[in-house]
Ligand binder design. Sequence first.
Ligand code: PMP
Length: 401
Amino acid sequence: IFDRVKEAPPDPILSISAAYRADPSPKKVNLGVGAYRTDDGSPYVLPIVKHFEQQFANDPSTTHEYLPQDGFTNFNYHSARLILGHDSSALKEERVVTVQALSGTGALRIGFAFIANFIGNRLVYIPNPTWSNHRNVVPQAGLPPTKNYRYFEPNTRAVDIEGLLQDLSIAIEGSIVIFHGCAHNPTGADPSKADWQRILKVVKSKKLVPFFDNAYQGFASGNLDTDAWSTRLFVESGIDMFVAQSYAKNMGMYGERVGALNVILSSSGPVTAVKSQLKQLIRAMYSNPPLHGARIAAAIMSDKESFRQWEMELEKMSARIQTMRLRLRDALNKNGAPGNWDHIVNQIGMFSFTGLTSQQVAFMRDKYHIYMTSNGRVSMAGLTESTVDYVADAIKDAVES
Ligand code: PMP
């Protein structure tokens, strides 16, 4: 029965970590996967996360009972408020259904499964380029293969807003459109506030259904509210839409799979039906989500002082990334690498879309043991004071070769 199974191609992002791990060179640098590292290159557990982890471990009343299908109630409550804002009219009007999800990917997966099952066989538009997994999740959920909309102009290294608007204005009415709420992956280029207003206009006129993917709230600007601006603009317009959240990056709980899917309805009537069907989908997929990370995230978000501490830790992480942007740009200017490298400091979020070609990326991997995705995306969080000059010199060599 397995004879017809063909080997799947390696995942373009996860396969980089595997190649990095297998490389015995002491000089190796992993700039592939988007995970925060401290300045000595180590993974980072946020002190506030550690605090609650220890508190729960030492509390004799802590149990490991099942959660309901839609997850930890207190987590869902605070998660919706984190992204939509405490003053959200959709929350006040009880037009939001929030379910805990297996991080951002799981939120997308449930959302698209819901769309496939209950909204219909709609086309899903994704930005070009985008996080590669969008292209996997949508058809896996039973929808047709994704379609691209223009997003990035390599010459200006900025959002191709006119191309984007044109493509959405000829999209089939009622289609789903994935937007990155902030810190677009991989380009690090986001639409301006004025651009978002124009996008919203087209979305409304074409009756498109936005699906906001928020994997970096707090990582673009260092401020959780600022980074929720685009999502809130769309939600406040009163349309039907979907909002995915991930706590992988902003709480550093990558492996705990903490996330949420928010379904925003234009009217509260179908709320109970939507919630019941989401629970039913979850029941059939994995029954109920994991407790550990959601319990910690809920504890952080429901206590003012802990929330403040989290905000300070987020600021610290994004400040280190910003420092690395400046250090890399300055090192490239200093070593005379041909070209203008200002985009490295202008882009936001965890990544820099360097403009390196796939050949140059391969050159850096083979000669310098520096790993990044073949589209030239560098995880700035993977750079440290002790590797930045080495990486800059490798880039110069690659560009000149
Ligand atoms: N969306 C985007 C745009 C991402 O970059 C990521 C993480 N790389 C995710 C979703 C989901 O990540 P996770 O499932 O780990 O939360």
